[in-house]
Design a protein around this ligand. Sequence first.
Ligand SMILES: Nc1ncnc2c1ncn2[C@@H]1O[C@H](COP(=O)(O)OP(=O)(O)OP(=O)(O)O)[C@@H](O)[C@H]1O
Ligand SMILES: [Mg+2]
Length: 269
Amino acid sequence: MRANGQERAADTGASIAGRGIKKVFGTGPSAHHALGPIDLDVKPGEFVSLIGPSGCGKSTTMLLVAGLEKTTEGKIEIDGVPLSAPLSEVGIVFQDHLLLEFRTAIRNVMLQQEIRRLDRQELRERADALFEKLGLTGAENRYPWQLSGGMRQRVSIARALVHQPSMLLMDEPFGALDAITRTQIRHDLEMLWLETRKTVLFITHSIEEAVGLSDRVLVMSDGPGKIVDEIHIDLPRPRPAHLGDYPDFAQYAQRVYTTFEKLGIYKFK
Ligand SMILES: Nc1ncnc2c1ncn2[C@@H]1O[C@H](COP(=O)(O)OP(=O)(O)OP(=O)(O)O)[C@@H](O)[C@H]1O
Ligand SMILES: [Mg+2]
């Protein structure tokens, strides 16, 4: 059962429809126009990335879609229902893993069961399956400080998925990881997504990651960010570690670079 009362099958993704979304933080002379207005549409089961320069409003967009911040103007509908409270049927992965240090890896994931009062046995089975798929088997009883950065992010992904949300919001989840781990975890995320087809809104600074993972890439301008380009990524899945194998990859990546250049975001001399 969704928070807004709509019933949905556990195996479908939610739709996101935002119209004229604008966010201004604060009021009066200290007011800061952080985002928009933007329109944002994500279809059920679609993998969409938002890419844009630092401070353009990407995290703000994610918080608005999660219902954790209120829009100043415009409205957001999830599955056609206006968003009026924090979404419950969502999984969120932040740039910083935000695991509880005093809980083991598995107990961090099982937090979802405790908070949501779900069936313990069922959740544990799903957690074990996710641990296996994410290469975490054997790490269940380790504490976050006993895990590598990549493993901590994998635990965060398991925690975001274990309750089978209809939507996954990811805010630069791999930003702190080394290139080799990023490539592997990108693939593992893609495989999980192919299996579950949850709707994903993925925020990144990395052109390679955006093109490598997405069905569609939305390119944002400097803050207050607007969506200045939309690129449909027509590459077969699963995608390889070396995306340069696809001639089209370079063209997609070039299009993002060119957009940033035109906007004056790069200041090369
Ligand atoms: N709670 C807040 N109060 C006031 N200003 C805020 C708040 N949150 C964000 N901002 C401002 O809004 C703008 C957009 O912030 P946001 O965090 O969405 O950017 P971002 O695109 O996620 O950047 P980054 O890529 O560096 O994470 C920034 O100028 C930021 O300083
Ligand atoms: Mg951010």
